[in-house]
Design a protein around this ligand. Structure first.
Ligand code: GLV
Ligand code: MG
Length: 319
C-alpha cells in the first residue's frame, strides 16, 4: 500500500513541452495537475529544445497549487535517460512527478526509480519526493499491472492510455475512447478500466483515465468522463480549455450526494455512540445505514472535501 500523500487529480492537463505559449496558457487554467510532454506531443527533432523549455518553465513557476509533472519518453527509445537527467537536474525542486509512458513491466519503473534516486542524491534533493505516474497503454503493461503497481514507493497514479492501448491490441477503430464499430454487446474498455482500477485500489494509488481526442465535442467528452468517474476513477486528462470545467464537475460529487454522505457520517457516528444507543445499524430517513454505508460515504465526502465543497444541509440527532 502506498504511504505517499497523494493530492486530488480530477483534471490533468496535457501540454506539449516544446510549446512555451501553451505552457504559459496552462498556468492560468483551473486544473489540478499539468504535465509537460516530452513524449508523443513533442516531435523527435524538438525533444532537445523541449527539455530546455520545460526546465525554464518549471524554474519560472506560476503553476501555483497544481501538481507539476513531466512526461518523459518510454524506455524503448534513445531519449528517456537524457529526459530525466536534464529535467530533474535542471528543475527537480520545481517538479512533483515524472510520468513514464508505455510501462511494460516492473523493471521499467524500478529503472526510473533508481535513476531518480541517484540524481536526487547527487544534487541534494529530498530522496524519494518526486513521484512516478505510470501509463498503462499496452497489453504487456496490463498483464504485468499488479507488479508494476508495487514496483516503487514513488508511484502515485496508474493512467489508462487509450490511444496507444487501442494500437497495442489492434482494436479496429480510430476514434479514441469510443466503442469500436461492430462491437455492440458491451463496453470494449470495461476489462481494461476495471483492471487498472482494481490495481490502483489494491495498492493505494490513483486511477486516471487518459485523453479524449475529439476536443470540440464537449458532450461526448462529458459522456466519456462520466463512465470512468462512475466506476470510481479519480480523474481524467484534458487536452483543451473547453474540457476543464466539465471534468472538474464530473469528477467531483454532486451537491446532493455530498450532503447525503456527510449526513450519513454524522448520523452513523451518533448511532454508534452511547447517546445514540450504541447501534451498528440504524435508519437515516427511509434508508438503513451501517458500517459499509459509512465507508461508501467516506469516499464521496473525501472527494467533495478535496474539491473544496461545503455542505448545504445538516443532520440533527432526534430530540
Ligand atoms: C495517451 O498517452 C494515450 O496513448 O492515449
Ligand atoms: Mg500514449
Amino acid at each position: 500500500m502506498s504511504t505517499r500523500t497523494i493530492r486530488p487529480r480530477r483534471s490533468t492537463l496535457a501540454v506539449p513541452g516544446s510549446n512555451p505559449k501553451m505552457i504559459d496558457k496552462a498556468r492560468s487554467l483551473d486544473v489540478d495537475a499539468v504535465f509537460l510532454d516530452l513524449e508523443d506531443a513533442c516531435a523527435p527533432n524538438a525533444k532537445a529544445e523541449g527539455r530546455k523549455i520545460i526546465v525554464e518553465s518549471l524554474r519560472e513557476g506560476g503553476f501555483d497549487g497544481k501538481i507539476r509533472t513531466v512526461r518523459v519518453n518510454d524506455w524503448t527509445t534513445p531519449w528517456t535517460y537524457r529526459d530525466v537527467v536534464d529535467v530533474v537536474e535542471g528543475a527537480g525542486d520545481a517538479l512533483d512527478c515524472i510520468m513514464l509512458p508505455k510501462v511494460q513491466d516492473a523493471a521499467q519503473v524500478r529503472a526510473l526509480d533508481m535513476l531518480l534516486t541517484q540524481i536526487e542524491k547527487s544534487t541534494g534533493l529530498d530522496v524519494g519526493r518526486i513521484g512516478i505516474e505510470a501509463q498503462i497503454e499496452t497489453a504487456a503493461g496490463l498483464i504485468a499491472l499488479n507488479e508494476i503497481a508495487q514496483a516503487s514507493d514513488r508511484i502515485e497514479t496508474l493512467i489508462f492510455g487509450p490511444a496507444d492501448f487501442m494500437a497495442s491490441i489492434q482494436m479496429k477503430s480510430l476514434v479514441v475512447g469510443e466503442q469500436p464499430p461492430g462491437y455492440d454487446v458491451g463496453d470494449a474498455y470495461h476489462h481494461i478500466l476495471m483492471t487498472i482500477l482494481m490495481a490502483a485500489r489494491a495498492h493505494g494509488l490513483q486511477a486516471i483515465d487518459g485523453p479524449y481526442l475529439q476536443i470540440r465535442d464537449v458532450d461526448a467528452f462529458r459522456r466519456s468522463a462520466q463512465r470512468t468517474a462512475a466506476l470510481g476513477f479519480d480523474g481524467k486528462w484534458v487536452l483543451h480549455p473547453t474540457q476543464v470545467e466539465v471534468i472538474n464537475e464530473v469528477f467531483s460529487p454532486g451537491q446532493a450526494d455530498f450532503d447525503h454522505a456527510e449526513n450519513i457520517l454524522d448520523a452513523y457516528e451518533w448511532c454508534t455512540s452511547e447517546a445514540g444507543g450504541s447501534r451498528g445499524a440504524a435508519m437515516l430517513g427511509d434508508e438503513m445505514i451501517d458500517e459499509a454505508s459509512r465507508k461508501m460515504a467516506l469516499v464521496i465526502s473525501g472527494k467533495g472535501r478535496a474539491a473544496g465543497m461545503t455542505r448545504t444541509s445538516g443532520w440533527q440527532p432526534p430530540e
